[in-house]
Design a protein around this ligand. Structure first.
Ligand code: AMP
Length: 262
């Protein structure tokens, strides 16, 4: 097993990720990080959430960002506001010991004014949903002419959500010699088309086999009234006393409530 140092990760970032508890690179990181630290390297990585893909693209992005230059050097495009915020948070934690890197998340469904303001201070890395980035580009608030790296995260999701035109427009406005990194859980004809149009000599990396993990898993759902949800959950826990699992909730408050009650 390699170390992050052997992959070429700088001391500042190693210090930050060690604090996050990263001891060894995950498989996608071992493949993607050293490759992306080189120049002119495009990648398609078929990797699902939970494989460590954010650090796989995030660490090389930070390594390739010049903190002394205020212009936007990287854009990460992702399908939802939640994912944008999550990615921006992760990047900020990896960049904890690098001085002068400004990472800004911009997404739809919220006031654009604050985002325009945030970009005015100069953001070397913008993490964006496609539609909002286009809007900010049209208003002159997001300037992508110096971008060196474009990351499409959950590209299949973005295409499913109808962001294809926005993605094309973004690619048409960034320099032709940038690096492009495309992450997707699945490979489809549409993803192949993007690769053909916008990636150059890309390397394809598959992490695990597709839908790994689903093989030995049964999915069961119970339809209950909202007020009975906790009782139903409790009955499942009572029925399987050795249960070991993760419960996902929709809101912070509900998460806390379920944890407290259990
Ligand atoms: P992601 O696939 O990017 O959503 O990452 C899944 C989770 O793995 C996140 O909580 C990361 O903080 C964590 N993670 C990523 N890389 C490592 C690593 N090398 N060692 C331990 N945890 C990691």
């Amino acid at each position: 097993m390699k170390t992050f140092e052997e992959l070429g990760v700088s001391e500042e970032i190693r210090r930050a990720i060690e604090e996050l508890g990263f001891e060894h690179p995950m498989p996608v990181q071992e493949e993607v990080i050293p490759y992306l630290l080189g120049n002119g390297n495009d990648v398609i990585a078929l990797a699902q959430t939970g494989t460590g893909k954010t650090a796989a693209f995030g660490i090389p992005l930070l390594e390739r960002t010049d903190p002394t230059n205020r212009s936007t050097q990287a854009v990460v495009i992702s399908p939802t506001r939640e994912l944008c915020l999550q990615i921006a948070d992760d990047l900020k934690s990896f960049a904890k010991y690098i001085k002068g890197i400004n990472i800004v998340a911009v997404y739809g469904g919220t006031s654009i004014i604050d985002q325009i303001h945030a970009l005015k201070h100069g953001a070397q890395i913008i993490v964006a949903t496609p539609g909002r980035l286009i809007d900010l580009m049209h208003r002159g608030a997001a300037k992508v002419q110096d971008v060196r790296n474009v990351v499409l995260d959950e590209a299949d999701e973005m295409l499913n959500m109808g962001f294809s035109d926005s993605i094309n427009e973004i690619f048409d406005n960034v320099p032709a010699d940038r690096n492009t990194l495309l992450f997707s859980a699945t490979m489809s004809k549409d993803i192949e088309r993007i690769a053909l149009n916008y990636l150059h000599d890309h390397k394809e990396i598959v992490v695990g086999s597709r839908n790994e993990g689903a093989e030995n898993v049964n999915h069961i759902y119970y339809m209950v009234n909202a007020k009975d949800k906790y009782l139903a959950l409790k009955r499942i826990v009572d029925f399987y006393p050795r249960i070991y699992g993760i419960i996902f909730c929709r809101t912070k408050a509900e998460t806390q409530e379920v944890a407290d009650k259990l």
